[in-house]
Design a protein around this ligand. Sequence first.
Ligand SMILES: [Mg+2]
Length: 426
Amino acid sequence: MKLNRRRIITGALASATMPRISAAQFLNAPRHGLPGTLEERYARLDDILRQPVFKHELFKDPVIIESVELLHYKESWLCRVRSKNGHEGLSVGNPLQMPTFYPVLVRQMAPFFVGKDARNLEDLLEAVTVHNSLYKAQGLAIWVPLATIEFAILDMFGKMSNRSIGLLISDKIYNPKINVYQANGERDNSAEEVIEHLQRDLSISYAKAIKFKVGGRMSHIETPPGRSEKLIPLVRKTFGDEMVISADANGSYNVKHAIPIGKLMQEYKYAFFEEPVPFDWYEETRQVADALEIPIAGGEQEPSMHNFRWLVANGALSITQQDMFYFGGMVRCMRVARMAHAFGKQTIPHISDGGLGYVYMMHFVSAIPNSGPYHEFKGFNDTLPYKCPTSTLRSDANGTVTCPTGPGLGVEVDPAYIAKHEPVKA
Ligand SMILES: [Mg+2]
């Protein structure tokens, strides 16, 4: 791949001075001293959780689901929902998770949705988790299949009403364009290699923000030793003062180890510190947040709405990162965004690589008022044949991608490609 020489040189020159700016847009979220008592905060969040998300009122007549099909071809998983009155929606499944979890969709969830009125989407999302006690498998096992079905249903409603997915879960579009940050997911390599790969990827995405990994992924032991302490200053030095930089520990540390890493990030004006301790160490996440000024981000592994309620009410997170697939789709992700927004927190949804995950992420971000300034980007899809008349789905020279505005997903997968897929049998 071609490197952007000018960008590299600019970064090198800028390294002569210490950072002047960096993450002011991230730092506006209050990190300490939430208003009211804990009981009052919970009451406020519970009120938010009772508010509807899906705009049911747009659809006057029943939309009875006739079929929910999962279609498979090589690495591709598509979900197709059809209604009895002839409407159809399609979603692109997560190619990394579906090979493991597709039986939940085909055997457990699809039969549940057939015959139901899709306008009751929010009730159905709740009820399906109780159906056959599926809640016992809470985590990727139920939320990835459910998100896949939800996205197809929303695509269908979008086509019926000529609205983008964002306008089915929000009164307005807050963010028609999305700024991306370039994520580097590597560990076990040298600091210099990470720098080189970030430079290569930035020459494609033109992102004005970057993120890389520190620690050892759920382990304090990293390879080579001292990699994180070397990378934190070196990334700043290489990319200069203007670059917005964050780092993700993927739960690598305990509180004692996370705090000095966080302080080093503060020294080099980092934007946020992601998952400093294991994601379900809720008290410890709050302890790290209390000890640092840098915003703490997290939630990509979190499967539970009630736990997000705790994380927001207790001030453990400044930035919520619910995953579009791993947390079960747009409606559930919107509930978390609303809780975060109520206390001045930002939302930067997590999305894993593959499929059209970044398009679902963009529709969600388009619909939330408390979006962070930059959003996760791991690569464009160059293998799926599709048409998108309202967006190039590429980032421009400012590292900005336009969210599609066409009906539903706003992306039409090539019918000839869909036809290559086979329905997956229960
Ligand atoms: Mg992460």
